[in-house]
Design a protein around this ligand. Structure first.
Ligand code: GLY
Length: 392
C-alpha cells in the first residue's frame, strides 16, 4: 500500500476532532430528541421520514444508533454534559423500542443496541439500559436458524425470498450477543456468535479473500447454497462496505471466539481491502473499481475499515502485524480527513462527505451518512485517546 497522505500527528487529530465536535454540537441543536435520516441530501441531514405509523423524526430503521453513539463519543471526547444528556434521551427511546418491539424485524438489532443501550450501560452502569440491551439480544436470538447456525439477516423468517440468508454486515451484530453472554453467563448467546462467525468465515469469504455481500443457506438442511449481492456492483464483486464489515466484524468476534481462524479472516478481508485502495486511500464504493474509474467513493467503508484495523492493532499478538494495522489505519484516517471531511464544519451536517448508501438502488450516492460519521469519529477517538474502551 502506498501512502498518499501524511500520517496523523497529534495536532492534526485534535483539529479533526474539534471540527467533528462542532458539527455534532450543531446537529444536537437541530435535532432535539429526534433522529436525522440515514444520509444527507445535498450535505444536510433531513429529519427521518415517517414510516409505518412511526412519526417523522422517529426511531425506525437500522441507523438511528449511530446518532446516539456519536453523542456518547462526543461526551467522552469533550466532557460536555450536553452530549451525555442528549444521548440519554435517545437511549430511553431505544428501551421503549425494545419493549414495544417496534421495527425490530431485522438483524441490525446489534448495531442499534450496541451504540445506544449497551454504550450507556458501559459508561453509566444504568440498569434500565442493561435491561433494554438484554431484551434486544433476545429479539436478535429469535433469528438464529437451526440447522444452519446463522442469524437470518432480513425480513420475516417465513419470507421465502429471505429465508436462510445472511449478509456480511451481520458480523457487527454479534457483539450484542457477546455482551449478553457476559452479562448473563448464558452460553446460548456466545454459541450463536461462534457458529454464525464460523459460517461466514467459511462461505462468505471467497478463495481470493474478496467477499460476497450476502449468502444463502438451505433453511431445512443447513446446506450452504450460494453467494450474491444486494448493494455491490455484481454478484462476483466485493462491495467495499461489505469487505469493511468483514474486517471489523471478524476482528471484534475474534475477541469472543478466540479462534485464530477468525483473526486470519479479519486480516484476509483487510489485506484485500488495502490492496484495492486507490492512490488517495479513499475506497470506491465497490472494490472492483480503482484509479481512473468514474465511480463514486464510499468514505464510510474507509472509516469502518480504519476502525477494524485499529482493533486489529490492539488484539493481534504479533507486534509486526499490529504495527502494520496501526499504520495503515492512521494513513486511511488522514486520507479521510484530507479528502472527505468538509473544508469547514458549517459546510455540511456530515462529518464525512462522499459516502454511498446503495448505488444500485440510487440511495445516498455521494452524500454523508450516519454510520460513516460514527465510524470516522470512533477512529479519531481510538487514535486520539489510546485506551478508549469500545461500545461493541
Ligand atoms: N448494513 C447496511 C449497510 O451497510 O448498508
Amino acid at each position: 500500500m502506498t501512502s498518499a497522505s501524511p500520517t496523523f500527528t497529534s495536532p492534526a487529530t485534535e483539529a479533526a476532532l474539534a471540527a467533528a465536535l462542532l458539527t455534532i454540537r450543531r446537529n444536537v441543536a437541530s435535532f432535539p430528541g429526534v433522529f436525522p435520516d440515514d444520509t444527507t441530501v445535498a450535505g444536510r441531514y433531513p429529519l427521518r421520514p415517517a414510516r409505518d405509523g412511526i412519526p417523522k423524526g422517529g426511531n425506525q430503521g437500522w441507523t438511528t444508533s449511530f446518532w446516539s453513539g456519536m453523542q456518547w463519543l462526543a461526551w467522552e471526547l469533550s466532557g460536555d454534559e450536553l452530549f451525555r444528556d442528549s444521548a440519554h434521551i435517545y437511549t430511553v427511546d431505544f428501551a421503549r423500542r425494545a419493549q414495544s418491539g417496534e421495527d425490530l424485524d431485522m438483524h441490525d438489532i446489534g448495531f442499534l443496541y450496541s451504540l445506544s443501550s449497551v454504550a450507556e450501560w458501559r459508561l453509566l452502569g444504568s440498569e434500565d439500559a442493561r435491561d433494554a440491551g438484554l431484551l434486544a439480544a433476545d429479539v436478535l436470538m429469535r433469528r438464529f436458524l437451526e440447522p444452519a447456525g446463522i442469524i437470518q439477516a432480513w425480513g420475516d423468517l417465513e419470507d421465502p425470498d429471505q429465508q436462510g440468508r445472511t449478509i456480511i454486515d451481520s458480523l457487527m451484530n454479534m457483539p450484542l450477543l457477546t455482551w449478553a453472554a457476559e452479562q448473563t453467563g448464558d452460553a446460548r448467546y456466545s454459541d450463536a456468535v461462534r457458529r454464525h462467525t464460523a459460517q461466514l468465515r467459511e462461505h462468505i469469504i471467497r478463495e481470493n479473500d474478496s467477499t460476497f455481500h450476502t449468502f444463502f443457506w438451505n433453511p431445512e438442511t443447513g446446506e450452504p447454497l450460494r453467494g450474491s449481492t444486494a448493494q455491490g456492483a455484481n454478484d462476483g464483486s466485493s462491495w467495499s462496505r461489505g469487505q469493511a464489515w468483514g474486517v471489523y466484524g471478524f476482528a471484534l468476534n475474534y475477541r469472543t471466539t478466540g479462534d485464530e481462524r477468525d483473526l486470519e479472516a479479519a486480516w484476509r478481508c483487510a489485506d484485500y481491502f488495502l490492496a484495492h485502495l486507490p492512490a488517495n486511500l479513499v475506497p470506491y464504493w465497490d472494490l472492483d473499481f480503482g484509479d481512473g474509474d468514474d465511480e463514486p467513493l464510499d468514505s464510510s467503508a474507509g472509516a469502518i475499515t480504519a476502525c477494524g484495523l485499529l482493533e486489529l492493532a490492539e488484539i493481534d499478538p504479533d507486534p509486526i502485524r499490529a504495527e502494520r494495522a496501526e499504520r495503515a489505519a492512521r494513513d486511511m484516517v488522514a486520507a479521510l480527513t484530507a479528502h472527505c471531511a468538509p473544508a469547514r464544519p458549517e459546510d455540511s451536517d456530515a462529518l464525512l462527505l462522499h459516502g454511498v448508501y446503495s448505488l444500485p438502488h440510487g440511495v445516498g450516492v455521494d452524500e454523508g451518512n450516519l454510520w460513516g460519521d460514527y465510524f470516522y469519529l470512533e477512529a479519531l477517538a481510538r487514535i486520539a485517546r489510546p485506551g478508549w474502551k469500545t461500545y461493541w
